[in-house]
Design a protein around this ligand. Structure first.
Ligand SMILES: C[S@@+](CC[C@H](N)C(=O)[O-])C[C@H]1O[C@@H](n2cnc3c(N)ncnc32)[C@H](O)[C@@H]1O
Length: 282
């Protein structure tokens, strides 16, 4: 489970516009987006200086820039940063962004200590760090002011198991029961125990692992949320969800409202596509 930044870079450098479309092309993506956006709106203040690390194509950049005083955008993938810049130009928001950087979150030495009121690291950058997870958290904390907040989102193992159920069963037939058991026991796709040629080396978390990780730092966990909860349905249900979104706006609004409400219940924390923690630097 060694962190391989080149593989992560390559993956996102070859992503085209998939990252931009991911959160709008279907009902699942939209629900995931709405939960994150609600958290961003609640935690980022108009006066805040914000860093968005692992910003990807800019799906949240376009929102964050409107709710803070100063936004710096960064990602390990130069393609994602170029794509993000282009989107912000199209949306007339480019000039509002202080800077764009291609950097790895485990080494953000271009930023001084305690420089940001709020750091946003959502959509799974931490899930790629493998043996460097603690280095990643340490860097996020270093660049955050004391009393500032960090919003961190990772992939969930239960969410991934439910959502990619068919694929996981198929891969069990290719790689064997021990590989399937390894991935489900540890949440790790590491290339050794789980030899998928896709090289999607990542850590899908259980919330108790996040509790343990953050307990090793001087932080207070101020909120925990799942995200992408009502998307844990089969293809048939997904099609129905899409139909409601297109045809019944009042029901769709109620679904979004309930997704946001239910993702805050402790019993759902591990059950969505992502797990989000909001931590305060003490
Ligand atoms: C699934 S995308 C999420 C993008 C965006 N935050 C969102 O939620 O739409 C993950 C992003 O994290 C970036 N990333 C992965 N590992 C990273 C690292 N070590 N440092 C900085 N960015 C990283 C990837 O390049 C990719 O753009």
């Amino acid at each position: 489970m060694v962190y391989k930044p080149d593989i992560v870079k390559k993956r996102y450098d070859n992503y085209g516009d998939r990252e931009w479309k991911r959160l709008e092309q279907d009902a699942n993506g939209v629900l995931l987006y709405e939960v994150h956006k609600e958290l961003l709106l609640r935690y980022i203040k108009k006066s805040d200086c914000v860093l968005e690390i692992g910003a990807g194509s800019g799906r949240y950049t376009k929102d964050i820039v409107d709710i803070c005083s100063e936004l710096t955008v960064a990602d390990i993938s130069s393609h994602q940063i170029e794509f993000n810049k282009q989107k912000m130009k199209e949306l007339g928001k480019f000039d509002k962004i202080k800077a764009f950087h291609v950097i790895d979150m485990i080494d953000m030495n271009i930023f001084e200590d305690d420089g940001f009121d709020n750091v946003v690291c959502i959509g799974g950058p931490l899930s790629y760090l493998m043996d460097k997870e603690k280095d990643g958290v340490r860097e996020l904390l270093r660049v955050t002011k004391t009393g500032g907040t960090i919003i961190i989102g990772v992939m969930s193992i239960i969410g991934a198991f439910s959502y990619y159920f068919n694929e996981i069963v198929h891969e069990k037939n290719l790689y064997g029961i021990d590989a399937a058991k390894w991935a489900l026991d540890t949440g790790l796709q590491d290339g050794i125990h789980y030899p998928s040629p896709k090289q999607h080396y990542c850590h899908m978390f259980r919330s108790r692992e996040l509790d343990k990780l953050f307990s090793e730092f001087n932080v207070e966990v101020i909120e925990k949320s799942s995200a992408g909860l009502l998307t844990m349905v089969d293809d048939f249900e997904n099609a129905r969800l899409a139909k409601v979104r297109q045809e019944d706006s009042e029901m769709w609004d109620l679904i979004v409202e309930k997704e946001i409400e239910f993702t805050k219940y402790p019993g759902t924390l591990d059950c969505g596509m992502n797990i989000i923690y909001v931590i305060k630097k003490l």
